[in-house]
Design a protein around this ligand. Structure first.
Ligand SMILES: [Zn+2]
Length: 103
């Protein structure tokens, strides 16, 4: 079981987004290691999280009223979430449940 209990909300979100992007890159795109495009998306996601105006009080990004992602990044992240979302239950069930139901 991965230890995320003592991390901040933002750190946990970063952890989840990295797992989801890596899952997408490996399983969907077939890369052995994170490809440059996915690295760009991950760096972008990190910056968005760090600059999130809600900080530690943030809700899940799907429910956020701001939608701070640029259109192209949002589209790519949407594809990652659509692919990796259901698979997180398979590969990282504890993290996925925390993410879905965690406060
Ligand atoms: Zn990739």
């Amino acid at each position: 079981m991965e230890k995320t209990n003592n991390l901040s909300r933002i750190e946990r979100e970063k952890h989840v987004v990295r797992l989801m992007i890596d899952l997408y890159c490996r399983k969907k795109e077939g890369h052995a290691t994170r490809c440059p495009a996915c690295q760009t998306l991950l760096s972008y996601a990190y910056v968005r999280l760090e600059r999130c105006p809600f900080g530690e009080a943030k809700t899940s990004c799907q429910r956020c009223p701001i939608h701070c992602y640029k259109a192209d990044m949002r589209e790519r992240m949407r594809q990652v979430m659509r692919f990796s979302g259901p698979r997180m239950l398979l590969y990282h069930p504890w993290i996925a449940l925390r993410h879905l139901f965690g406060k």
